[in-house]
Each structure stands twice: as C-alpha cells, then as structure tokens.
Design a protein around this ligand. Structure first.
Ligand SMILES: [Zn+2]
Length: 229
C-alpha cells in the first residue's frame, strides 16, 4: 500500500515542473541577503487547500517557510529540508549566473546546485503529495533562512515547535549520491597570536621573558633613580 502510494506520488512529479520552480527560485534576488522575497515565491507554488503554509519571521524580512500536508496519523512523518539562502557564484561563468537559463536539458543559475534545485524538488514533492489521498504520515517542508555558518534558521524552527517528524531528508548537494549520515562539523577560531605562542612554546613566563631586555633596562633605571627602594 505504501509502495503504491509512493510510486504514484513519484509518477506525478514532472521534471519540467521542478525546473520551473527551481528557475523561479534562482531568479529572485535577495536584498541584503534577506530571504523574504524567495520564501514568498516558494510559498506561492505551495498554494493548495491541503498544504498548510507558514512564513515564520525569524528576523525582519528573513522567514522560515514551513509547509505541511497532513497524513492520516497512522505512520511516521517525514521532513524535507533545504535552505533559502543561496546564490553565491564563483568567477568564470560563461553567462550571467543571476539570469537562470535552461540549455540542453539543464538549468544554469547561481545557487541551483546548493541548493535551490533541491528545494524545488521538495516543493514539487509537497505539491504531488497534496494531490494524493492522505499518506500514513505528514510530509513537512522546512525551507529555512540563514543556514550559513551556524544554521540559525533550522535551530529557530526546532526551538519553536515540537511536532517535527523524526525522519528527514536534506537536499544539500552530494553529487547525486545518497548519504545516510553526516560527520557533523567542528567550528573553531584561530587566534594568530595564540597560535604563535603555541608554536613557540610561549607560556605566560615565556611571553614575559620576551621582554627581558626592557625589564632589565627598567630595573637598572629604577635602581639608579631610587636605590633606596
Ligand atoms: Zn547548502
């Protein structure tokens, strides 16, 4: 039964529709990095009586987009997750990366691989699910704002609701390889001076001794000026 529902869902997702959505998402410029205009374009694709859409303003002009298609409540739900902040383009493009272009069956645009193409696929999936009879569980899309560096959009979403699915799919680019785990990440700052101290074995005393000449000169002057101290 579940497999039939899945197969019929997949059959209703058209590559042309995914391309159309991805192109529209890539075509949105983000003023001062604010995702609002792109979230609104995404939300417009999700206008359907069975899709509950919320634009949750994490920061002014910077919402998370959350869309949910309710299931029957008899099976697990699934989360589809992607980020709306995208569009960085390295140098060397043959054409303007901010003007999306379809050529040879491919969409060329800044941010399409990381990860507006993934978000578009998820939007098309939610559309398809909404057209079907209710699945056992909910299908939830979280297209979050600011994922970069610290994932604040996702953290905000997790902190402001407790009904998130326990299963999830993320659309980060992996060269079309399925990944079932993530190694996590470690963030650290390098303090250039501290690094120099570590490399040279300078502890507090070592640092002080680097000024030995000045200290000796001061002590000599002090002895001359105030020999009674
Ligand atoms: Zn990404």
């Amino acid at each position: 039964m579940h497999e039939q529902a899945l197969a019929s869902t997949l059959a209703t997702i058209s590559p042309d529709r995914v391309t159309e959505i991805a192109r529209a998402l890539c075509d949105v410029r983000l003023p001062e990095g604010r995702e609002g205009p792109r979230a609104e374009v995404a939300a417009a694709f999700l206008a359907h009586r069975r899709i509950e859409v919320l634009l949750d303003p994490v920061l002014p002009g910077r919402p998370n987009l959350i869309a949910r298609v309710r299931g029957r409540g008899t099976g697990p739900s699934v989360l589809l997750n992607g980020h709306l902040d995208a569009g960085w383009a390295p140098k060397g493009w043959a054409q303007d990366p901010f003007t999306p272009r379809v050529h040879g069956g491919r969409l060329y645009a800044a941010g399409v691989s990381d990860m507006l193409g993934g978000v578009a696929s998820m939007i098309a999936t939610v559309e398809a699910v909404a057209r079907l009879a209710p699945l056992p569980g909910d299908v939830v899309l979280l297209a979050n704002m600011h994922h970069d560096s610290n994932g604040v959009g996702t953290k905000y979403a997790l902190a402001h609701a407790d009904d998130w699915p326990r299963y999830g799919i993320n659309g980060e680019p992996t060269s079309l390889t399925l990944m079932t785990a993530h190694g996590g990440c470690i963030k650290f700052e390098v303090d250039a001076f501290r690094k120099q101290c570590l490399l040279n074995g300078w502890d507090d005393i070592g640092l002080t001794m680097r000024s030995e000449d000045k200290i000796s000169a001061y002590e000599a002057k002090h002895r001359a000026d105030a020999p009674w101290v």
